[in-house]
Design a protein around this ligand. Sequence first.
Ligand code: CUK
Ligand code: CUA
Length: 620
Amino acid sequence: MKKLIAAISGLVLGALASTVIFADFNDNKNTNQAGTATNAQKVYVPFGQKDEYYLFASGGHSGQMFIYGVPSMRHIRTIPVFSHDSATGYGWDKHSKKMLGKYTWGDLHHPALSEKGGEYDGKYLFATDVGNNRAAVMDLKTFTVKDILEVPNTGGPHCAAFVTQNTEYMFLPTRFAIPFGHKFASLDDFKTKYKGVMSAVTFDEKKQKLSVAYQVALPPWSFDLSDAGKKISKDWAVMTTYNTEEATTEMEINASQKDRDYIVLFNWKELEKMIADGKFDMVNGMKMLDPSKHKGAIYLVPTAKSPHGVDVTPDGTRFIASGKLAPAMTVFSFEKAFRAIKDKKFAGEQEGIPVLDYDSVMEREVNPENALGPLHTQFDGNGFAYTTMFISSEIVKWNIKTGETVDRVPVQYSPGHASAAEGDTVSPDGKYIIALNKIAKDTYLSVGPSHPESMQLIDLSGKKMEIIQSAPVDPEPHYAQMIKADKIKPIVVYDKDEKRPDSVWNQKDTSITRKGNVVEVHGVALRSKFIFDGKAARKDVINVKEGDKVVIHLTNIDLDQDITHGFGINSYDLNMEVQPGQTQTIEFTANKAGTYPLYCTNFCSALHQEMNGYLLVEPK
Ligand code: CUK
Ligand code: CUA
């Protein structure tokens, strides 16, 4: 078996390194793309009706979150998360500017919906940023980001749909090993000075704040995809590691040498206890636990080389790992693992962490014929698993208990993740799955050498899986989650009675005041004018002096559905959005003397074009 895996993985490695593998698929001959009348009907949502599901798709290195409706596959909205966004002024208003801090881009890989009892509760959406080590939380009442947290000691937190059953934690394993705090250290000291830190992040709903509860200093391996346990395994979580070779250069060869890497199996309840018992050192302000000193919470499970995805079954009994370089999905049993741990049946230790015996935890290896490059697995709640095959460009449906292949559908092409309806809950719907394809090739009208990615909607309700719709998508969805639309309850306007110190609700209460060189404006926006000072002759003009600090609070007093105003200042590189009933603040230094028009950037009425004024900056 070992030899076979090694041989095939050699072949796969070759295929991964070249683009030749795609040539076979270029003629589109084996597609069953949307096109027939019945498929069109299945995805048609008539005007006045709504989609059945929301799809939250990660925007990858756009740093944002894309929202689609399913089954129409219409792109409904982009939520700016880790990158600036001109359309909404995200990154310029005070709140978002503070949250983004010094960063202007992000790499959002994995969205995770908040859960209660293992079901999506529709309240919050979490996300991580591989680019600049951050975690974010969005409120699904307003579809806006509430908090962003920068996580120290970590080099590219890469995780999966990974909140625990009651949203106790979101875990962020590091993808790249680094010395604590990004300190300088020679790569010759990789083994001793570099660490693969896993962070446990919590969300305080009352304070609307994210924070790091604790971190774990693991060996300098690359940690990757993860999933939280469910039901019998609810106190546990799993994550994959590659580069247990500890390679520091030419990773594509050097990190792929060993036949086995590991799944890290950890008990977060136990870790929580250890932290409460003071079993940690402070490292850059973080509680850091060393698992080689404090044992009993973390174990290693050998798995086929260079694993990428690991996913827990809806009933919580098993976890399924697949790797790019071995053509197999490996099914592991939590019960077997618990027994081995209880009986202390270990095959040895790696860097002070007990290694479980592969055969004592493994239930079966699943090898669908000619299926290459298995990455991620989703579930339908009827005992079937759906695994994406990056290299052979397909989704394979198989029986979790028997390993038998039930169906396969070619996708176009090279799927990373797939996302099933309510797929990460304890009770997936089994209605749809969406293939998130990395390479769309000639699927859409050409837009030059770089083509859009694609998302293909697959109907699971019939005997055979059937692709019924395909939607282009900006770079780059890694993972997505699909939730029943009726679970989400967005507000229509911001609550006027909510206490916000800088809101103003009457035109006569607006004001421009000066304290030293700080000019503070309490203004309102309404159809179709700005009023900054209701007592002034020109109510829509802000007069300041060169060098003043200007603080503008603007309340949108139009409490009507969908009447959003914008506030842009010409040539000052400033814009923000103010939604109905919302108060937003923008701060800047008037360091350019002159005359600058300001205007509403969001079309709001027949007189939108008249909704403007001036910022007059008197020279020193
Ligand atoms: S990753 Cu991109 S295909 Cu960041 Cu979940 Cu696997
Ligand atoms: Cu207000 Cu346009």
